[in-house]
Design a protein around this ligand. Structure first.
Ligand code: ADP
Ligand code: MG
Length: 252
């Protein structure tokens, strides 16, 4: 299986002198193309930092990140940004959207930035994605006129505009009620089943339980992981229980 991203012995530190601390303390991780993985662990354990390192958003102090067969340390920042824009999608807890633009314009904004010439294609693609995630009617709405779940759907549309090879989601369901969270997870499952790899950071065992593999972080290290069968819509309780047992076992 081809790897979409490989992290080798990543060290990332913040602070200086005596205050210097390894927030990522030698993390190695591999994600297969098309894989659906999640990262759990206490607040402050380094989950977001790991995501920013693997996506080339932030540099690292030592180790290596190989994204889609390119060692990110061997190319300049601009090329890393190009890879990020063309091959990765990002979804955050609160979608960062511009208040003075409507939903549709927010969705197309990053794509317009990379490919201004193809306005018509971009619009068509955005409308198709909005239809697909069930927010067709909201195109002209202001971002303050939709629910949290709808806004997150718009965020997912934006992340999918460039047909990314992987979506990085940092607590994408963290601000949603459990029903909306499960609906967003249905959407991620669907997107993943079409071949896009997904890496989610989550606190919610019910969210993680729907992924293929769960990595557990503690103090800047991946301390354990469990591999589950592909989620087929059944036995969510059994899967949640396996996660809970593992967390008990490794005491996080
Ligand atoms: P998590 O996502 O698991 O909650 P983070 O990766 O956000 O954890 O942060 C891990 C640790 O790194 C925290 O202690 C946080 O305070 C620290 N940290 C993260 N970003 C920075 C930064 N830019 N400067 C200094 N410390 C940071
Ligand atoms: Mg975080």
């Amino acid at each position: 299986m081809n790897k979409i991203v490989i992290g080798e012995q990543i060290v990332k530190s913040f602070g200086e002198g005596n205050e210097m601390r390894n927030v990522l303390d030698g993390v190695s991780v591999e994600i297969d193309e098309g894989e659906f993985v999640s990262v759990m662990g206490p607040s402050g354990s380094g989950k977001s930092t790991l995501m920013f390192a693997l996506s080339g958003t932030d540099g690292i102090n030592s180790g290596k990140v190989i994204f889609d067969n390119t060692d990110l340390s061997t190319i300049n920042e601009e090329n890393v940004s190009d890879i990020r824009r063309s091959k990765m999608g990002f979804v955050f807890q609160q979608p960062t959207m511009l208040k003075n633009l409507n939903i549709l314009d927010n969705i197309i904004l990053p794509a317009m930035h990379t490919n201004r010439k193809n306005t018509e294609n971009i619009m068509t693609k955005a409308r198709a994605l909005m239809k697909r995630v069930g927010i067709s009617d909201l195109a002209e709405r202001d971002i303050t006129q939709v629910s949290g779940g709808q806004l997150q759907r718009a965020g997912i549309c934006r992340a999918l505009m460039n047909n990314p090879k992987i979506i990085f989601g940092d607590e994408p369901t963290g601000a949603l009620n459990s029903k909306s969270a499960q609906e967003i997870m249905d959407l991620f499952s669907e997107i993943n089943s079409e071949g896009t790899a997904i890496m989610l950071v989550t606190h919610d065992a019910k969210v993680a339980a729907r992924t293929d593999r769960i990595m557990f972080m503690h103090d800047g290290k991946i301390v354990s992981e469990i591999k589950l069968s592909r989620f087929d819509g059944t036995d969510i309780d059994g899967r949640v229980e396996r996660i809970a047992e593992k967390m008990l076992e490794i005491d996080i």
